[in-house]
Design a protein around this ligand. Structure first.
Ligand SMILES: Cc1cc2nc3c(=O)[nH]c(=O)nc-3n(C[C@H](O)[C@H](O)[C@H](O)COP(=O)(O)O)c2cc1C
Length: 259
């Protein structure tokens, strides 16, 4: 090749064209894969809901299984069902940072450390054959040590017994706070009660382990060794969402048949 053909101008032009082609390829891939990413995130959330509600069947499509679950929008201010937004598509996570769709929590109320609470959220119900509620699945979230943990708690039709609890999104340390995903730990929530006989939220995550003979055993799970801060975050977020600033008014209305 002649020296004439090699010049700084040509090198810069070739580098520019390579960058241009690469950026077009990357941005086309990002834009065209976006709908698939959104669909996969939705499927993952639905898979988690089914799993936490104890309904996940291997070998059956998530869409087919999720058809038995009814999403309903709840107005957390009134504790009643609402049709103000579409339950399926309402983005509660985004709403929580929108001043028009959320409220600032007073410091004393903000035990989950979330600062703002959305006005509306979507709950999921499995209805029994007589039209009652078999399982109620409620979204819950709150601060751990490094991240906000997003998950669900599923309650039996008595609106007190826990069917399951789990998180679908967090960034706690694997092996420490990440043990919230350990099936053995999650299993401890199953069958626990949320409210004590006086109607107070009695959930506890006990550092060092629950004394199985103690009266609190029905409401408590073991802490996470080396991850007390995440474990405390989970206790706090459950207490928040089961409390007056969370789903308590809705649960009261529901059990009175007035939701
Ligand atoms: C790199 C690193 C990551 C950690 N990640 C977590 C975590 O995800 N969750 C947590 O509660 N503690 C985590 N810890 C430990 C906390 O700093 C703290 O020591 C622990 O929560 C106290 O729990 P313990 O009393 O059971 O030991 C981490 C510590 C280090 C050094």
């Amino acid at each position: 090749m002649s020296a004439k053909r090699e010049s700084i101008g040509r090198t810069v032009t070739v580098a520019f064209l390579v960058c241009l082609v690469c950026s077009v390829v990357v941005s086309t891939a990002a834009v065209s894969l976006r709908p698939a990413q959104i669909q996969n995130a939705l499927l993952d959330k639905q898979r988690n809901i089914l799993s936490i509600a104890g309904l996940l069947q291997p070998g059956v499509s998530i869409e087919e299984q999720f058809a038995n679950i009814t999403p309903r929008l709840v107005d957390l201010r009134s504790g009643r069902f609402s049709d103000e937004h579409d339950a399926l598509t309402f983005d509660a996570q985004r709403a929580a940072s929108d001043p028009d769709l959320s409220k600032r929590l007073a410091d004393g109320d903000d035990i989950a450390n979330i600062r703002r609470r959305e006005h509306f959220t979507t709950v999921y119900m499995v209805e029994s054959s007589d039209g009652g509620i078999e399982t109620l699945i409620l979204p819950i979230y709150g601060a751990g040590l490094w991240s906000t943990l997003y998950g669900f708690i599923a309650l039996e039709g008595d609106l007190n017994t826990i069917v399951g609890l789990g998180f679908y999104q967090h960034a706690e340390t694997p092996g420490l706070g990440g043990e919230v995903d350990n099936p053995n730990w999650k299993q401890q929530w199953e069958g626990n009660l949320v409210f004590d006989e006086d109607g107070n939220v009695a959930t506890r995550v006990v550092k060092g382990g629950v004394d199985r003979g103690s009266p609190q055993a029905d409401y408590a799970v073991d802490g996470l060794a080396g991850a007390t801060l995440t474990a405390r975050g989970v206790e706090d977020l459950v207490r928040f969402w089961m409390g007056e600033q969370g789903f308590r008014p809705f649960l009261n209305n529901l059990s009175d048949g007035e939701a």
